[in-house]
Unconditional design. Structure first.
Length: 141
């Protein structure tokens, strides 16, 4: 079993998320500390974000760190555990809404498209869109 960073690197479709983690200087923490639950938007999800906004984020590591921290929950929450929750607190201290149905699980109305990539220091779930913290301007139009 590998850590969160190694797991995402070996999985297809997370190059943008990993690039943003590197720019925000969060790679080392996600490689060794934990446990964490990471909700990682896919490359397809980031492809729907305006190119100009993505460029702005890449030039602003502080805002980027806030955005990424909103995708990380302390502790390890599998899909089974997520189905029992209505909310989860992020590293930012803000709450994510968790909903589940026969169609799957969503976080703030964003669908988990691939769940339960277990890692040595946590677990990853793939999202089909980025989560937007309440205090960061919308990046998806």
């Amino acid at each position: 079993m590998k850590n969160i960073i190694e797991t995402l690197k070996e999985s297809e479709g997370f190059a943008t998320f990993l690039d943003l983690v590197r720019i925000a200087n969060m790679e080392e923490n996600l490689a060794r500390e934990g446990p964490f639950t990471v909700f990682a938007p896919t490359d397809e999800a980031f492809a729907r974000v305006q190119r100009e906004r993505m460029d702005e984020l890449r030039q602003d590591p502080d805002t980027l760190e806030l955005l990424l921290a909103y995708h990380i929950v302390p502790g390890m929450l599998s899909s089974t555990e997520l189905r029992q929750l209505s909310a989860a607190q992020t590293l930012l201290g803000t709450m994510l809404t968790v909903r589940s149905s026969s169609l799957g699980i969503s976080i703030n109305n964003v669908r988990i498209v691939e769940a339960d990539a277990f890692c040595t220091n946590g677990i990853c779930h793939a999202l089909d869109a980025a989560l937007i913290p309440p205090d960061i301007p919308v990046i998806v139009t």
